[in-house]
Design a binder for this molecule. Structure first.
Ligand SMILES: [Mn+2]
Length: 410
C-alpha cells in the first residue's frame, strides 16, 4: 500500500512546480436509490469503479462531489459500505484530495460524522455550515494551490423565523443570505489562490427534471447568476440531474448532473463528469466533459398492444429496465402480465405498465329495476362506454367472480 498524506506526488523538476491542477467535478450520486423497488447498487458500484479509473488515468489531484451522496438520510449498510469502500480506494490507489458536501437528500450530520477521520485520508467532508469559515478548504494543506468553498445544501429552514415576513420577503432574504455566504467564502480565502465554489442549490435558468421536483427548487427561492462573486475560477454545483452550464459569468457555473439516470425521463441525454485543469493564476486551461458509460439501460416503449408486443418480440431486452405506456381502446384483463412476460422472454425487466384508456363517456342512465342480473347491467355499462362493444369472456367471468365474492361476504 502506498500512502501519500498531506502533499501531492511531485511531478515538477528542480523544485519549481510547473504542473496545472487536474480536477474532476461530479454530484448527485444518490447511492441507495431504488427505481420501482429495484436496487441500483450494481450501477453505482460500476460507476464508482469507472470514476476511480478516470482519476488514475488523468492523474486527477482533486475530486469534487457536490451533494446528494446518498438518496436517503439514513442509508442502508450496503450503501454505506459501497461509499466507504470507494473512499478507501481513493486514499489507497490515488493521490487525489477529495471534497464532499451534503445535499438536500443527505443527512448533514450523518455524512460529516467521520469528518476528522476522513481528513487523514485526504478526504474533506462538509455537512453542516453555519459560517463561511466552516466551508473553506485550502489544498494541499502544506503547499496550497487552490481554495475550495465546500458549501453544502443550505436549507431555507435554517433561516431565523420572522413572524411579520411575507413569503416573498422570506425568499428574498434566503437569496440574500446565500449571496452573502458566498461573498464571505471568497473573503475567507487567501486572495492569491485560485478559487472554486461548490453548492447544492437551484440557479435560475437551470433545467429541471422530474426527479428533483420533490425538493424546493421553485423559481422564487432560486439563486441568480449575478449573486455569485467575481474572482472565481469555477462553480461546481449539484441538485439538478441534467449536466448543464449556466451562462452569464466569465467562469463556468455548472451542474455535473447525476451519474446514473434516476428516472425514466432522465434518458434523453448522456450523463457526464467534468475534467478541469487549473493553472496557478486561476485560469481554466482545460474544461472537458467525459461521458459516463450507460451501466444499465432504461427504455420507454409506447404504443398500442400490437406495436408494444411486436417491439417486445423483435428487440433484445437483455439487462434493460423497461417502462411501458400502453394505449388501449378498452380495459383488458391480464394485459399487463402478458406484456411483462413478452419482454422478460427476451431478457427485459418491465418496471411499470401504464395504461392509457379513452376517457369514459357519459353513457345513458341504466334503470336498475329494469335489469334482473348484475351481469346484464355490467354488459350494458360496458357497451355504452366502449362504442357498443361487448365485454370479452374473461372480463365477464372476472365480473361474475367479483359479484360472487361480494355476495359471499355479505
Ligand atoms: Mn439530487
Amino acid at each position: 500500500m502506498i500512502v501519500y498524506i498531506g502533499s501531492f506526488k511531485q511531478f515538477s523538476t528542480g523544485g519549481k512546480r510547473i504542473k496545472n491542477m487536474r480536477i474532476l467535478h461530479t454530484a448527485d450520486w444518490h447511492i441507495g436509490q431504488r427505481l420501482h423497488e429495484r436496487q441500483r447498487t450494481d450501477e453505482h458500484e460500476k460507476f464508482l469503479g469507472w470514476l476511480l479509473k478516470k482519476i488514475q488515468e488523468y492523474q486527477v489531484e482533486l475530486l469534487l462531489v457536490s451533494g446528494d451522496i446518498f438518496d436517503t438520510a439514513l442509508p442502508s449498510s450496503e450503501s454505506t459500505n459501497l461509499y466507504y469502500r470507494f473512499l478507501y480506494r481513493l486514499f489507497d490507489e490515488t493521490n487525489a484530495y477529495t471534497v464532499i458536501t451534503a445535499g438536500n437528500h443527505d443527512s448533514a450530520r450523518h455524512l460529516e460524522a467521520p469528518r476528522e477521520f476522513l481528513k487523514m485520508g485526504r478526504i474533506h467532508v462538509v455537512g453542516l455550515a453555519n459560517a463561511a469559515d466552516d466551508c473553506v478548504v485550502v489544498l494541499p494543506p502544506d503547499n496550497p494551490r487552490v481554495a475550495v468553498a465546500a458549501v453544502p445544501y443550505l436549507s431555507e429552514s435554517d433561516l431565523r423565523h420572522l413572524s411579520y415576513e411575507t413569503e416573498t420577503e422570506r425568499n428574498e432574504r434566503y437569496r440574500e443570505w446565500l449571496k452573502m455566504f458566498y461573498d464571505d467564502c471568497v473573503s475567507a480565502m487567501p486572495s492569491e489562490l485560485p478559487k472554486i465554489l461548490m453548492g447544492h442549490l437551484f440557479v435560475q435558468d437551470g433545467q429541471v427534471g422530474d426527479s428533483e421536483r420533490n425538493v424546493q427548487i421553485g423559481g422564487a427561492t432560486a439563486t441568480h447568476v449575478s449573486d455569485f462573486p467575481d474572482d472565481v475560477s469555477y462553480v461546481a454545483l449539484g441538485h439538478l440531474h441534467r449536466p448543464q452550464t449556466i451562462s452569464g459569468t466569465d467562469y463556468p457555473i455548472r451542474y455535473s448532473g447525476s451519474p446514473i439516470p434516476l428516472r425514466f425521463n432522465e434518458t434523453g441525454y448522456r450523463k457526464k463528469i467534468y475534467l478541469l485543469e487549473l493553472s496557478d493564476d486561476g485560469t481554466l486551461v482545460r474544461d472537458e466533459e467525459i461521458e459516463i458509460p450507460t451501466f444499465k439501460e432504461l427504455c420507454t416503449v409506447e404504443g398500442d398492444e400490437v406495436s408494444v408486443l411486436s417491439d417486445a418480440m423483435t428487440a433484445d431486452w437483455r439487462g434493460k429496465y423497461v417502462q411501458v405506456k400502453l394505449k388501449l381502446d378498452a380495459p383488458r384483463v391480464g394485459i399487463s402480465d402478458e406484456i411483462r412476460k413478452a419482454f422478460s422472454d427476451r431478457g427485459g425487466d418491465v418496471l411499470s405498465v401504464e395504461l392509457e384508456l379513452p376517457e369514459a363517456k357519459q353513457g345513458p342512465a341504466i334503470l336498475v329495476e329494469d335489469m334482473k342480473r348484475p351481469a346484464e347491467i355490467f354488459e350494458q355499462f360496458y357497451k355504452s362506454n366502449y362504442d357498443g362493444k361487448t365485454p370479452d369472456e374473461t372480463l365477464t367471468q372476472t365480473f361474475r367472480e367479483l359479484v360472487q365474492m361480494v355476495e359471499e361476504s355479505e
